[in-house]
Design a protein around this ligand. Sequence first.
Ligand SMILES: [Zn+2]
Ligand SMILES: [Zn+2]
Length: 138
Amino acid sequence: MSDSRIFKAKCLCGEVSFKAEAPLKEVGLCHCSMCRRWNSGPFHAVGIPLDALTVEGGEENISYYRSSEYSKRAFCNNCGSSLYYHGDNIPEISNKVYFSAGLLEEPTGLKLAGHIFCASKGDYYEIEGDLPQHETVE
Ligand SMILES: [Zn+2]
Ligand SMILES: [Zn+2]
């Protein structure tokens, strides 16, 4: 974990703040209809191990919406910012959250790595560029 860095993040109103210490590098863009409704657009997600993520402030302002039987989505109950997706009942990914990259303090040093759920993207935009595009998760 020698390439771990400290990332800071906060929601729009600033009540909820986070710190993550992890070797993060990539952001994935999810085009599924649930993420698009949740974010009003594709979801820029960075995978953070649960044990690397600390809530620094405003834990009482974090609410959860159970978007399916296998996952929930955290949001700030003051400003409504989308915070993270947690597939808490999906064993393969339950040990991490997919955090909203837009909340991170810059410079993030992260790079967009690719697109998932392209088959269910919105019909009002095209996916540009040469990054990998996956129909579903891969
Ligand atoms: Zn907020
Ligand atoms: Zn999605």
